[in-house]
Design a binder for this molecule. Sequence first.
Ligand SMILES: Cc1cc2nc3c(=O)[nH]c(=O)nc-3n(C[C@H](O)[C@H](O)[C@H](O)COP(=O)(O)OP(=O)(O)OC[C@H]3O[C@@H](n4cnc5c(N)ncnc54)[C@H](O)[C@@H]3O)c2cc1C
Length: 487
Amino acid sequence: MAKFDFDVGILGGGSGGLTVAAGAAQLGAKTLLVDKEGKLGGDCLHYGCVPSKTLIMTAHARHMMRRARHYGLPEVDLPAVDFKDVAKRIQRVIGTIQKHDSEERFCKLGVKVEYGESTFIDEHSLRLNGKDYSAKNWIVATGSSPSIPPIKGLDKTPFITNRQIFSLDELPKSMIILGGGPIAIEMAQAFARLGTKVTVIQRSGQILGKEDKDMADLVMNVLSGEGVTFYLNASIESTQDLGSEKEVVVKTAEGAAVALRGQTILAAAGREANVRGVGLEHIGVDFDKKGIRVDDRMRTNHKHIYAIGDVNGKYLFTHAAGYEGGIVIGNVIFHLPRKADFTNLPWCNYTDPELANIGKNEKMAKAAGIEYSVWTEEFTANDRSLAEGEEIGRIKMLLDAKENPIGVQILGPHAGELVSEWVAVMNGKVKLSSLASAIHPYPTLGEINKKVAGNFLSTKLFSDKVRKGLRFLFSLKGRACEPSTAK
Ligand SMILES: Cc1cc2nc3c(=O)[nH]c(=O)nc-3n(C[C@H](O)[C@H](O)[C@H](O)COP(=O)(O)OP(=O)(O)OC[C@H]3O[C@@H](n4cnc5c(N)ncnc54)[C@H](O)[C@@H]3O)c2cc1C
């Protein structure tokens, strides 16, 4: 008889857990998947990526209608938004994707799915609904939750988080957002576009703190232009429930106390790992404030227990959770010492314009003490961008001392799609000359990738010496046209 009930046990059926479950079961491992909620898909599907991007699209559609004149169309008189209809669309999209993440599909793949609160009773066994389940290897993929800042009065003031925001009954007239990270900023723009008066309170001197300030400031300018109010370098002193409105007292950068009022408060001031309640302390798995500590192979201090996705606090993205899930499959199923490498990790802020990044930005390069040069190209010089009425944005390419790309940031239309070409270039170690000489279709936004590489290469190709030499040779024949001198 086998020593354990399962080869692989997974705690958490979100982006990370589902990746391991599908991979392990299809490769023949006896696999158990446990989730405390009665559905699979995790935050990404139900309260994160999918509903937020669906909402952003709805808000974009309304924004485009309001900009009708900009496109030479008659002005449109827009009625107020009924958020119930918006929420219904969000649920429809979630429902469609849910089929892909359903218990039935995973059961067909060979995964046993169980729901309920569970706790580790020893290093190999979990107690769930009064029954014990043992597995040779365990993967903890319990995700993260909104972190609620310790603000005076907040415990007595109703507020919402990403768990409630996509299923509101009505569009809030006004919203005060605590925090200025990606979730806060994406929601700020989306709700402002739907008609909510939005105020963002951010502790530091810039929004989207991971990004370079020049790029984040451009995003902030766009949002300000769309009516969002920002308080930067501001601390939240207290909150109070005033009935139909809530009050948030802010100490501004200048030291003044300002009492703001809004119908809704959205707490979006960071995330904390879901490490409590599963008995990790009981079995001695190390974790700290950031999450469960893991090595490059995603192993905890117990080598047969892995932690992937938001719960390890490394990179809070769905694609990072999926990638880490792949690393675990390599280690657990193929017994290969596969290590994670996040050098070329891409991500995107789905604001409009989007702000996408791969590898190192200037902030990260400076922190790592890497010498770099920056090459840029503006979207105002991209014909497709202008045709589409998009005039804000730029691409920044960072090269190291050996002139290899170490990072690219793109602020512009569909930046999240455009960065994918750099995923191939950087992971495939493609030469910049190959990118610059490859034919790109005209007119496309993607030409900006080719152009920025060309900007760097042209300085090599057309050095002062080459330029002077060519000018001399051609000047022997005289110039074809001389500008007429004004009299
Ligand atoms: C508003 C918002 C927008 C986002 N947008 C993006 C985006 O555009 N792109 C992107 O890459 N990322 C985005 N993210 C982040 C992304 O959602 C997470 O990085 C991703 O879901 C992490 O996957 P995970 O598997 O670690 O956790 P999750 O997908 O959250 O899954 C965790 C699972 O564990 C279960 N669980 C929790 N505790 C227990 C327990 N004790 N026992 C059993 N099960 C448990 C939960 O029910 C859940 O199903 C967004 C997040 C938010 C909040």
